[in-house]
Design a protein around this ligand. Structure first.
Ligand code: FE
Length: 132
């Protein structure tokens, strides 16, 4: 299914920072521990840096030790799209924003309860909105 928000490469480039563009539109990965949300424990909502869709809630964020912001579930199940990813000689599950198709990170099965999942996200793909 085509994403709801569709923009040309040129439009994405002018809207996003070069670093955000690399992650969201080119499936790049920021360096571990480099992101601004890794150690954020404030209450609030994480939105897609590409389209503003609500993706994660701070209540599901945990310290994974990976160097990337980690959540045990999305804010709503259909906020994200899971795609099989065979890049770099690994079989992984890519996580994309359903609304704009932007690359967010990957999901792994070694997360904490209640889901056992670890959504390993790039800070560059997320914008934090503190609870007011
Ligand atoms: Fe998005």
């Amino acid at each position: 299914m085509a994403p709801e928000v569709e923009k040309s490469d040129k439009e994405w480039k002018s809207q996003l920072s070069p670093e955000q563009y690399k992650v969201l539109r080119k499936a790049g990965t920021e360096a571990p521990w480099s992101g601004q949300h890794v150690h954020n424990h404030d209450d609030g909502t994480y939105r897609c840096a590409g389209c503003g869709a609500v993706l994660f809630d701070s209540a599901t964020k945990f310290e994974s030790g990976s160097g990337w912001p980690s959540f045990y579930e999305p804010a709503v199940a259909d906020a994200v799209e899971l795609v099989q990813d065979r890049a770099h000689g690994m079989l992984r599950t890519e996580v994309r924003c359903r609304k704009c198709g932007g690359h967010l990170g990957h999901v792994f099965d070694d997360g904490p309860q209640p889901t056992g999942q670890r959504f390993c996200m790039n800070s560059l793909a997320l914008e934090f909105e503190p609870k007011t």
